[in-house]
Design a protein around this ligand. Structure first.
Ligand SMILES: [Zn+2]
Ligand SMILES: [Zn+2]
Length: 564
């Protein structure tokens, strides 16, 4: 790969990774820029100063000083250890200060080029729109300093991308992710492996869902908690009057958590920014009527047309914004910050989008109508937030929910669901060993999303009664390094079917839901004669799951598929 195309690849990754993670801050920044005249003045002044001073410096600097890659890496490691100021006001002050320091160093000559580039790199770390900032310094910094600055940016992005699987899954979960060797025309695939030995029946890990949704017929019915799925005794339920969806909770605790995660953003009327960030909205929510109208229209659509992956997708976006917003508030007892720390060792290094963008997906089912309704809900909650969804992004997200969601079946699940009249190819499927029909609802589990399917699985998911926390059990003794698999569909041979019929049933379901033909050991051992005819029936040729473009260059330990 040439160095210019490499730069553009890494830059794309930088833009997507950083922008994805900073949506809420960018929106807040923009909001302030539009509403605070002092802030606007200050920004303009700083920008002018940068331009003038750097032009002078450019004239003086004609010889490029060579800075070694090792020196750049060293400098980067030190900067990474520095704490980023948490609140927007502190970020702003820090940004201004770093730009000033950078300007002064630029004028001191070539031996100060690296420290100057470092100052601008520090400024970039807190600037909400990194690409904009990079373009700004490109036109104002002397070329040799800009070159060093870009080396810092590229090294930082590359090591963040490459180091992800050293931090995720967290060590306490006893599993790690490994890239399988590519075989023939089959590309390398990430699989989950045991990080130590297990006995049959051992709990390998427990994992909380990132987002959940009750089945449509249970949401708002009052029998199960919308957040934890616990059964609700009569007269024990909690409902918010303003909640357009009519979600029912088992406790104020669940209600509070749901509001914090997604419910207020999508269906409630409380301000979206914490009062610390925007005191003007306390007791005076912005355009409450507009918000209610947008939510009413969206809920009407949800109830008539939404499928579960779409509900999960909308909740995911809302929760992602909540996560980013939570980072802006310092020293508060903060459940979302605590969750980020649990998701990966050194959780502050990675944002929700880092976890999400690596997951495989199938094509998501999204309409223009849905996108517009959802944009209206977000935009009415806080002007600017409508940018957090567009059709392309939502389709990928919904496709990830469809591909990765696991059916939640506490105590074996339910048996009272009416049989769906949808065509078999349109039926909703989640990864549920008892069959999707038995789930109370589904959820996205970030680590468990890496569990591949097998018709003779090495593990099984289980849920304690009254909870949607997933416990992963070993079904047989497992050695360290062995692959962990679950059954995505009901793989048992029922009393009324032959082994051949059972094999066909599960393979058809897998092909419809996850777009692959199962080639697990059991399927191969039970194979019928006419394999070609059978493959044609399944209608899938090779694995149809997709990976996002930015992630294709990622390097895994031992995978040999990194950026050059
Ligand atoms: Zn609950
Ligand atoms: Zn199989």
């Amino acid at each position: 790969m040439s160095s210019s195309s490499r730069t553009s690849t890494v830059l794309t990754a930088a833009a997507v990774t950083v922008l994805g993670g900073l949506v809420a801050y960018a929106v807040y920044f923009d909001y302030k820029r539009r509403n605070d005249s002092d802030f606007r003045k200050k920004l303009r002044k700083e920008k002018k100063k940068v331009t003038k001073q750097t032009q002078q410096a450019q004239a003086a600097a004609d010889a490029a000083s060579e800075v070694s890659a090792a020196a750049i890496k060293d400098a980067l490691l030190k900067i990474r250890e520095e704490e980023i100021p948490p609140t927007p006001d502190e970020k702003e002050g820090y940004f201004m200060m770093q730009v000033q320091i950078g300007d002064q160093l630029v004028q001191k000559g070539p031996s100060f080029y690296l420290p100057a580039a470092c100052a601008f790199f520090r400024a970039l770390r807190v600037y909400p729109s990194p690409v904009e900032f990079i373009m700004m310094v490109q036109s104002t910094l002397p070329a040799p300093i800009f070159k060093i600055f870009m080396e810092l940016v590229n090294t930082d992005v590359a090591s963040r991308v490459e180091g992800y699987y050293d931090h995720f899954p967290p060590k306490r979960m006893n599993v790690s992710i490994h890239a399988s060797e590519p075989e023939g025309d089959k590309p390398a695939k990430k699989i989950l492996i045991a990080a130590k030995d297990f006995e049959a029946g051992d709990i390998i890990y427990t994992e909380s869902p990132f987002v959940v949704a009750l089945d449509a017929d249970l949401e708002g019915k009052g029998t199960h908690c919308s957040y934890c799925f616990r059964r609700i005794e009569e007269g024990q339920s909690f409902v918010a009057e303003a909640d357009k969806l009519g979600a029912v909770f088992c406790s104020t605790d669940c209600q509070t958590k749901a509001n914090l995660d997604w419910n207020n953003m999508l269906f409630g009327r409380e301000p979206v920014l914490p009062p610390e960030l925007d005191p003007s909205v306390v007791g005076n929510p912005t355009d409450s009527d507009g918000r209610e109208a947008a939510q009413t229209a969206y809920v009407k659509w949800l109830k008539a047309k939404a499928r579960q992956p779409n509900v999960l997708g909308a909740r995911f976006v809302a929760k992602q914004i909540a996560h980013e917003t939570s980072k802006l508030v310092k020293g508060k007892d903060n459940a979302l910050q605590a969750e980020a720390a649990l998701l990966a060792d050194g959780g502050e290094l990675y944002s929700v989008s880092d976890h999400m963008e690596r997951l495989r997906f199938v094509e998501g089912n999204v309409t223009d109508e849905e996108v517009k309704l959802l944009q209206a809900v977000f935009g009415a909650a806080l002007p600017g937030l409508e940018q957090s969804v567009n059709e392309e992004r939502l389709a990928v997200l919904v496709g990830k929910m469809a591909y990765n969601a696991i059916g939640i079946t506490p105590d074996g699940g339910r048996d009272d669901k009416s049989v769906s009249d949808a065509r078999p190819e349109d039926q909703e499927r989640t990864r549920t060993p008892q069959g999707t029909q038995r789930q109370l609802g589904s959820g996205l589990y970030l680590v468990s999303s890496y569990l591949a399917h097998s018709c003779d699985p090495s593990t099984r998911p289980s849920f304690v009664v009254g909870s949607n926390e997933l416990q992963l059990f070993a079904t047989r003794p497992l050695k360290k390094g062995e692959e962990l698999t679950i059954a995505y569909v009901d793989v048992a041979q029922h009393a009324d079917e032959s082994a051949e019929a059972a094999r066909r049933r599960r393979r058809v379901e897998l092909a419809r839901g996850w777009k692959f033909k199962c080639e697990c050991e059991r399927c191969l051992a039970e194979a019928v004669q006419d394999v070609e005819k059978e493959d044609a029936e399944l209608g899938v040729d090779k694995d149809g799951a997709k990976v996002e473009q930015v992630m294709r260059h990622e390097k895994l330990p031992g995978a040999g598929m990194g950026v050059d």
